[in-house]
Design a protein around this ligand. Structure first.
Ligand code: ADP
Ligand code: MG
Length: 653
């Protein structure tokens, strides 16, 4: 196989993707350089990591670097690294197929907004192909570290349906990506332009990016002149890992650009926090709160977004041991001085230092969120302070901070709630960060503390209802008596709510009470006269209840009279400690087993339809209709919808 030249087809998805990339990103061309430099830097990180076990991989070149050069006459631009390189097979696998499964999603996500789409490219691990935005042909020459010079590879493609590979001899370890530029990509044959792009996207890259120095040379007979290369190479980036620099030396723009490069988010982050933590475990943390959710936030295998470095050596992406799962939206870098360089994922799980880092980072993220929440809660105050205290620039900037927590919460609130079941130590802090819609607030902005501050005199519980949608929650018959008495009820519509609330029984000493569970007990909110009237009504209603129970014995666990209804004839509730009908339905839809428990039917003895029951010849039909309607009202379906329709029609006729 020594020097065989083979033509292979791209995986169908790649071909499709290439077409899309080159046609949708032409007005944001320069990002190709960011992607290729980032690949070169990744390749160097990989070499450094593999060389920990096998120093011979460095051969005679221990200094890792990236070189960017161009040839005006040949119209080529080359990005070369002396990183890990690729074998022939790796070139075929890595540059001809897309390993990650998200390609279809990626194509579906292309929005036509080129800025946003350009970020997606990196997010989906298809950055290499962005070279075809500016090149009509790409040549990749590479040799994997550790392989003999005779086992180099050349890969060539014009970005249509196929690519060519051949085995070559290559002394130089690592990879050169040679872009044969398109007619309209002249601007990249310019050192100044290239330096500017590298500065913008790649300044934080921790290894030197070198370009050849140029100097001005007069033309012959003083007829014009040109910049000519000097043969001397110089670094064009700062080449110090951003997080290792002191905070005061880093501008906001640099922090934001670094965030964009590690998150592939095109929006700036909502907040960040950069600290050196000292003590028994020493590490540096640079953590970001994003303002937009990634496409795969709900993927259960989704890893945390924190990169782990040990003494500036990259160890791994997505180090899930460094933050709990419910903070998987956080992006950033942890650089530890205490972990061994050969740390594995398994080892991470058991390390005491890692546990200390995880606790420290969790606390840090929670206080960043608390900070955002505080600024949201008092935007007016912050603005006012800024005006009276003009000297303090940060305060003056505060108004723009308001609304950030609401933005965060809309994107990640449901993920945060998972923490109630996952992180017992921080449960109380988490509970304070939760926000809900309520019967008095349309926006998802009510905290438990807000609710408590508004509780009626004599109210002893925080009332809430869970439902599939806000409309269903708001119109639920179970809320009727609360509306009548002006008691606020929190409306919860996230799928995770029901589960999460299993772990939260009270807030600051006040119990949480579902209005759809157990008998309604308004405690002191119900006056004695009302209670007495209700008891009397229930007493005289007993014979009807007994008949209802008998008629519905297959459907309902129990039938009882209630005071919770005002306008509706009936509703379903579950036993005090039972699973809500909504959760049971969700489990069933997901194909999981839900405990087969029958709901309780509560009827309103004051309702005309219920009053009609007594002595009706249609008693059996009416009883069933009552039950099925209660089910419909909370978003469920009767077991036998056709029978329901028949019964209603029979009565209508
Ligand atoms: P990603 O970087 O997200 O994996 P890319 O499309 O940018 O996706 O690159 C695809 C793959 O090609 C990389 O994962 C890597 O295996 C390989 N690759 C690209 N550039 C280089 C390089 N300079 N050196 C070694 N391998 C590379
Ligand atoms: Mg890449």
């Amino acid at each position: 196989m020594a020097t065989t030249k083979t033509t292979l087809s791209f995986q169908a998805e790649v071909a499709q993707l290439l077409h899309l990339v080159t046609h949708s990103l032409y007005s944001n061309k320069e990002i190709f350089l960011r992607e290729l430099v980032s690949n070169a830097s990744d390749a160097c990180d990989k070499l450094r990591f593999e060389a920990l076990d096998n120093p011979a991989l460095y051969e005679d070149q221990p200094t890792l670097e990236v070189r960017v050069s161009f040839d005006k006459a040949a119209r080529t631009l080359t990005i070369a690294d002396n990183g890990i390189g690729m074998s022939r097979q790796e070139a075929i696998d890595h540059l001809g197929t897309i390993a990650k499964s998200g390609t279809k999603d990626f194509m579906g996500k292309l929005s036509g907004d080129q800025k946003a789409d350009a970020q997606l490219i990196g997010q989906f691990g298809v950055g290499f192909y962005s070279g075809f935005i500016v090149a009509d042909r790409i040549t990749v020459e590479s040799r994997r570290a550790g392989l003999p010079a005779a086992e180099g590879v050349r890969w060539i493609s014009s970005g249509a349906g196929d690519f060519e590979v051949e085995t070559i001899t290559r002394e130089q370890r690592g990879t050169s990506v040679i872009l044969h530029l398109r007619e309209d990509a002249d601007e990249f044959l310019n050192a100044w332009k290239l330096k500017q792009i590298i500065g913008k996207y790649s300044d934080h890259i921790s290894l030197p990016i070198l370009m050849e120095k140029e100097e001005w040379k007069e033309g012959e007979d003083n007829k014009g002149g040109a910049m000519v290369p000097t043969g001397e190479w110089e670094a064009v980036n700062k080449a110090s890992a951003l997080w290792t620099r002191p905070r005061k030396d880093i501008t906001d723009e640099q922090y934001i650009e670094f965030y964009k490069s590690i998150s592939h988010d095109h929006e700036p982050p909502l907040a960040w926090s950069h600290n050196r933590v000292e003590g028994s475990t020493e590490y540096t943390q640079l953590l970001y709160i994003p303002g937009t959710a990634p496409y795969d936030l709900w993927n259960r295998d989704k890893k945390a977004g924190v990169k782990l470095y040990v003494k500036r050596v990259f160890i791994m992406d997505d180090a899930e041991a460094l933050l709990p799962g419910y903070l998987r939206f956080v992006k950033g870098v942890i650089d530890s001085a205490d972990l061994p360089l050969n740390v594995s994922r398994e080892l991470l799980q058991e390390s005491r230092d890692v546990r200390a880092i995880r606790d420290g980072c969790t606390k840090r993220v929670l206080s960043m969120l608390e900070d955002l929440a505080r600024k949201d809660a008092a935007p007016a105050d912050a603005a006012a302070e800024g005006v009276t205290d003009a000297v303090d620039k940060t305060e003056a900037a505060a108004p723009s901070d308001s609304g950030k927590y609401a933005r965060f919460y809309a994107e990640f609130g449901a993920v945060l709630k998972e923490g109630l079941g996952e992180d017992f130590a921080n449960r109380e802090r988490l509970a304070k960060l939760l926000r809900f819609a309520s019967t008095t607030s349309d926006s998802v902005s009510v905290s438990f503390a807000d609710y408590k501050a508004r509780m009626k005199e004599g109210q002893e519980a925080i009332y809430y209802i869970t439902a599939d949608t806000l409309a269903a929650a708001r119109n639920s018959p179970q809320l009727e008596v609360f509306k009548k008495k002006g008691i606020e009820v929190l409306l919860m519509t996230d799928r995770v709510d029901e589960w999460a609330l299993n772990y939260l029984h009270d807030f600051d000493g006040t119990p949480l009470q579902s209005v759809a569970k157990g008998a309604v007990d308004l405690g002191k909110l119900q006056d004695e006269a009302e209670k007495k009237a209700a008891e009397e009504a229930a007493e005289s209603f007993k014979p009807v209840l007994a008949k209802l129970k008998e008629a519905l014995k297959d459907k309902a666990e129990d039938v009882r009279a209630t005071t919770r209804l005002v306008d509706s004839p009936a509703c379903l509730v579950v036993q005090e400690h039972g699973m809500s009908t909504q959760l049971a339905r969700m489990l069933k839809q997901a194909g999981q087993k839900a405990p087969e428990s029958k709901p309780v039917l509560e009827v309103n003895p004051e309702h005309p339809l219920v009053k009609k029951l007594d002595g009706s010849v249609h008693f059996h039909d009416l009883a069933n209709i009552l039950f099925d309607q209660a089910l419909l009202a909370e978003g469920g379906l009767p077991d036998d919808p056709a029978a329901y329709v028949k019964r209603v029609n029979a009565l209508l006729v």
